[in-house]
Design a binder for this molecule. Structure first.
Ligand SMILES: NC(=O)c1ccc[n+]([C@@H]2O[C@H](COP(=O)([O-])OP(=O)(O)OC[C@H]3O[C@@H](n4cnc5c(N)ncnc54)[C@H](OP(=O)(O)O)[C@@H]3O)[C@@H](O)[C@H]2O)c1
Length: 263
C-alpha cells in the first residue's frame, strides 16, 4: 500500500470521559489486524492508550480497528513495514498525537510455507523476510527514538521467537531474522539508557502465522494470543529492566484451588 490514500487513518474509536491507567499514552503497534498485535492493541485501548496500528491488508485492518473499544482510541494506517513512506507515516501519526511511549515491532513475515531447509532457501525471499523482520523494525526505531527518549516511560518491544535461539530444522530463514532482531535489541538497550528495550518471545499461539508454519496441521491446541498479553502488558506498563523475556513466564501462575492437581 503506497500513497496518501492508503496512509490516512481508516478508523478510530472515540475516547470515553473517565480516566484510565494508560490515559494519554501513545503507542505504535505494527501488525495488528489480527493475532498478537490486535490482542495487545485491544488491551491497551481498554486502559486508555491511544494506539496507532498497521497491517498490509486495509479491509481487515479497518474491521479490526472498528472492533477496538475505549476509553482509549485506535488509529489504523494500512501499509507495509518494509516501505519507508509507510514507516514515516506511522511515526508522524504518533507525533501528531503529541507523544510516543511505546513502539511494538510485532509485524513479521514467516517466509515460504512450508519452510524450506537452508540448502534450498530462495535468497530473494530471505531478503524480503529480513526487510520486514529486521530492517523495518530498526528503521521504525530510528524514526521513533527522538519521541521515545522524551517520554518518561519510553519503551521498545520487539517481538521475536524461540526460533531466534533454537536450531529447529526449516526455521533458518525466519529464525535468523529474529536472531538479528534480538541482537539489534541487545545493542540498542546498551546504547539507549533513556528507553527500555525488550525483546520478547510470545510463545506458540493459535494464529494465522502458526498455521502457515505448520500447514495442514491442527494448531488449535496452541494457546490463543490473549494468553501472551498479560506478560506483554507487564513489560509495557511495569518497571522491568531492558532485556530478553518470554511473555508467558512474566505472569505468575494462578494459585491452585485446594485439592487441584493432587493426582
Ligand atoms: N504465532 C506464533 O506461534 C508465534 C510464535 C513466536 C513468535 N511469534 C511472533 O509473534 C508476532 C505476531 O505473530 P502472530 O502469530 O500474531 O501473526 P499473525 O496472526 O499472522 O498476524 C500478523 C500481523 O502482522 C501483519 N503483517 C504481516 N506482515 C506485515 C508487514 N510487512 N507490514 C505490516 N504488517 C504486517 C498481518 O497483517 P497483513 O498480513 O494484512 O499485513 C497481521 O496483522 C510476530 O512477530 C511473530 O513472529 C508468533
Amino acid at each position: 500500500m503506497k500513497g496518501s490514500e492508503a496512509a490516512r487513518p481508516v478508523a478510530m474509536t472515540r475516547r470515553g470521559e473517565e480516566g484510565a491507567v494508560g490515559e494519554d499514552r501513545v503507542g505504535v503497534i505494527t501488525g495488528a489486524s489480527r493475532g498478537l498485535g490486535l490482542a495487545v492493541a485491544r488491551a491497551l485501548a481498554e486502559e486508555g492508550w491511544r494506539v496507532v496500528i498497521d497491517a498490509r491488508g486495509r479491509e481487515a485492518l479497518e474491521e479490526a480497528a472498528s472492533g477496538v473499544h475505549g476509553p482509549g482510541e485506535v488509529r489504523a494506517i494500512p501499509g507495509d513495514v518494509a516501505d519507508e513512506s509507510h514507516r514515516v507515516r506511522l511515526i508522524d501519526e504518533a507525533r501528531a498525537l503529541g507523544r510516543l511511549d511505546l513502539l511494538m515491532n510485532n509485524a513479521s513475515l514467516l517466509g515460504p510455507s512450508p519452510q524450506p531447509a537452508l540448502a534450498d532457501y530462495p535468497v530473494d525471499v530471505l531478503q524480503e523476510v529480513f526487510r520486514a523482520n529486521v530492517v523495518g523494525p530498526l528503521r521504525l526505531v530510528q524514526l521513533a527514538l527522538p519521541l521515545l527518549r522524551r517520554s518518561p516511560e519510553g519503551r521498545i518491544v520487539n517481538v521475536t521467537s524461540d526460533a531466534a535461539v533454537e536450531g529447529y530444522e526449516g526455521w533458518g530463514g525466519y529464525g535468523s531474522s529474529k536472531a538479528a532482531l534480538e541482537q539489534l535489541s541487545n545493542v540498542l538497550a546498551a546504547e539507549e539508557p533513556a528507553v527500555r528495550v525488550y525483546w520478547v518471545d510470545p510463545g506458540d499461539m493459535n494464529t494465522r502465522m502458526q498455521q502457515e508454519a505448520f500447514p495442514g496441521e491442527d494448531v488449535s491446541d496452541r494457546p490463543p494470543p490473549e494468553a501472551s498479553v498479560p506478560g506483554l502488558i507487564r513489560l509495557i506498563e511495569g518497571d522491568l529492566p531492558s532485556g530478553r523475556y518470554r511473555a508467558r513466564d512474566l505472569v505468575p501462575e494462578e494459585p491452585r484451588r485446594a485439592g487441584e492437581g493432587a493426582a
